[in-house]
Write a protein that binds this ligand. Structure first.
Ligand code: ADP
Ligand code: MG
Length: 624
């Protein structure tokens, strides 16, 4: 086939494919332009997750009318003048292709006015075809409106996910930029709903709190260090606050949000020994350095950069954090049920406001709640929840811990534990006449038991987790999962992507007994949650499930996602390594072991027990 020069519009579409992946990419580019223009206020409005419409209005320097067509042309920028500028980029943009790319795959309106001019001008481009520049009245600054993204690239359009998911990404893009420049006033609106209004401020922790809540903000440790070129500053979370993925590691290089594997590794090292395996630290860190010490032109969306001396930066980050931890009291602060803040850690006024909204909401809705499943929920755990805030009424931990499961498959199916003696304690008691094989608990985590074959060493957590997982799976498959309904639904503040995932997977979560409703902003109301987790805060349960949903992107099949969530619930509900068990609990656990299909592996595939046969022992002791 002959080689041909591609037409410009095709070149632009190819370029657009690299930079503009989804509505959130448009939001990112337009917001970056507004920041580069020196805006003090930036208003972002989206409709339909951004696929329908995105509007970004700023109070920046504006563009003179005669330059409007140029702003939309590809490879046209005001941010680089000579070649060397590329190696000392001080602005967020510099390639001059964002507006051209967006205009190629949408209908774009650009309206702008500079301070020197009494009126503004406007230009409209549809699928890369620009109209005339026409005068119009508008305030100083720039407005860009993007309609019908990907209308002429149907394949891209087809790849868009639900409105909620796309908005989740938009919200994340917004968060990254609004975190990077706290000195700018930002608003975000979606489908007529005001999602954020953030006043300009020099209090970075305050802005972090607006996005992630007071509980986290109060557990941030300030860090700072200055190497001869690099200033590192910001906050790292107390190890009591961590995540199951690294999405909450916000790094800002000269005001640009970046990801960097090497620095993420340094964070992992700094927290080594402070976090359980599989947990990731939460950080908000700024790196400020001369622009020439870093190449930002290595990634299509500039998310990754190349540092001149990344080894040195790695050590600086590691030693700064390590040094800080050495001088900080990191003793875990154990929260008992009495200390749990039912508002999820928000200020008093907001809490009262939410309560009132809830009461109003409940008045209208309470009758339609699922009374049937409420009647089903075990009396013991309902009492545990109702009385959960008062220490005197707290459930004794002992036997109830193992009752987080249900009657064995084929039981009465009401979902109540074997509470046949009316005391709320299970009937599953060791029969004094039956010789029960005693097991010894060692290090509060392993059970050592004599068996016919020899000796078995059981991992108490892994075994209990397996038992609960199987019971739960059976119930979910049969559609008879128990929900612990809440008398007053609990509002839970989420991040944008979490809220999107929660609403997108609402039905799936309901299948597991987790009932949620949208409640404005990124807040959802939890009206019921899995009865098995009655002893754990609903907000904590929800966060855990959402983390699994968000980190499980490689497992698209519904049943796989469901399975992942079952694991999460079983793991949370199971007794932990470190829990001291009473003799009755040990017996109960060992009895249940015989009821599960695969007692030998925990749901993650780790063994639950090791067996040493008598023969093996005899051999080792050189008896045979
Ligand atoms: P880049 O940001 O890489 O320069 P863009 O395509 O995003 O490329 O923008 C092209 C040019 O249009 C910018 O260099 C800038 O001069 C101008 N421009 C774009 N958006 C704005 C804005 N909101 N305010 C002022 N000027 C803008
Ligand atoms: Mg730009």
């Amino acid at each position: 086939m002959p080689i041909r020069q591609l037409p410009q519009s095709l070149i632009n579409k190819i370029a657009a494919g690299e930079v503009i992946e989804r509505p959130a990419s448009v939001v990112k580019e337009l917001m970056e332009n507004a920041v580069d223009a020196g805006a003090k206020r930036i208003d972002v409005t989206v409709r339909g997750g951004g696929a329908e419409m995105i509007r970004v209005v700023d109070t920046g320097c504006g563009i003179p009318p005669e330059q409007l067509p140029l702003a939309l042309a590809s490879h046209a920028t005001s941010k680089l003048v000579e070649v060397d500028d590329l190696f000392r980029v001080g602005t967020l943009g510099f390639r001059g292709e964002a507006l051209a790319s967006i205009a190629e795959v949408s209908r774009l309106v650009l309206r702008s006015r500079t301070a020197e001019s009494d009126s503004g001008a406007e230009i409209e481009v549809t699928g890369g075809k620009a109209g005339e520049v026409v005068p119009c009245g508008c305030p100083v600054g720039t407005l860009v409106e993007v309609h019908n993204l990907f209308f002429n690239t149907p394949v891209r359009r087809k790849f868009l996910r639900t409105t909620q998911t796309e908005f989740g990404h938009v919200s994340e893009a917004f968060t990254r930029i609004a975190l990077a420049v706290p000195g700018v006033h930002f608003t975000l609106q979606h489908n007529q709903r005001q999602v954020f209004e953030l006043a300009a401020s020099d209090d970075w922790r305050g802005r972090i709190e607006r996005f992630f809540g007071r509980d986290l903000a109060e557990n941030l440790i300030p860090v700072e260090s200055v190497d001869d070129q690099v200033r590192l500053s910001g906050y790292v979370a107390n190890p009591s606050h961590s995540r199951s993925n690294n999405r909450m590691q916000y790094l800002f290089l000269n005001g640009r949000h970046i990801r960097d594997r090497s620095l993420q590794h340094a964070l992992g090292e700094a927290y080594r020994g402070l976090l359980m395996t599989g947990r990731y630290p939460i950080v908000f860190l700024r790196l400020d350095m001369p622009p020439e010490a870093v190449d930002v032109n290595v990634h299509p969306t500039k998310l990754e950069v190349r540092f001149q001396d990344s080894g040195r930066l790695y050590s600086q980050l590691l030693s700064t954090l390590r040094g800080k931890f050495l001088t900080t009291d990191l003793t875990p602060h154990v929260q008992t049920a009495t200390e749990v803040d039912p508002t999820g850690g928000h200020d008093e006024a907001r809490a009262t406001e939410l309560r009132q909204e809830l009461v109003d909401w409940a008045k209208g809705e309470v009758a339609s709640w699922d009374m049937a499943s409420r009647a089903d929920s075990p009396p013991a755990s309902r009492a545990a929840f109702d009385a959960g805030q008062s220490p005197a009424n707290r459930q004794p931990l002992e036997l109830t811990r193992l009752d987080r499961g249900w009657a064995a498959p084929g039981g009465d199916g009401t979902g109540a534990p074997d509470a046949s003696d009316g005391s709320g304690h299970p009937a599953r008691r060791p029969d004094p006449n039956q010789r029960t094989t005693p097991a010894l608990q060692v290090h509060n985590r392993y059970l050592v038991a004599e068996t016919d074959e020899g000796v078995t060493i059981i991992d108490q957590h892994a075994l209990h987790e397996r038992i609960l997982y199987e019971q739960l799976r059976e119930r979910v498959n049969a559609g008879v999962i128990e929900t612990q309904n809440l008398l007053v639904p609990e509002p839970v503040d989420l991040s944008g992507p979490e809220a999107a995932a929660a609403l997108e997977h609402r039905e799936l979560l309901a299948q597991l007994g987790m009932k949620i409703e949208p409640f404005g902003g990124d807040t959802v109301l939890v009206s019921g949650y899995p009865a098995m987790l009655a002893n754990i805060r609903p907000a904590e349960v929800l966060h855990e499930l959402l983390e699994r949903l968000l980190s499980g992107s490689g497992r698209p099949e519904r049943h796989e996602v469901l399975d992942e969530l079952l694991h999460a619930i079983a793991c949370k509900a199971a007794i932990k390594a470190g829990d001291r068990l009473s003799p009755e609990e040990i017996t109960a656990l060992l009895e249940q072991r015989n009821l599960v299909a695969d007692p030998h592996h925990c749901p993650h595939g780790r063994p639950t027990a090791l067996v040493f046969t008598r023969e093996e022992l005899d051999k080792q002791f050189k008896r045979i």
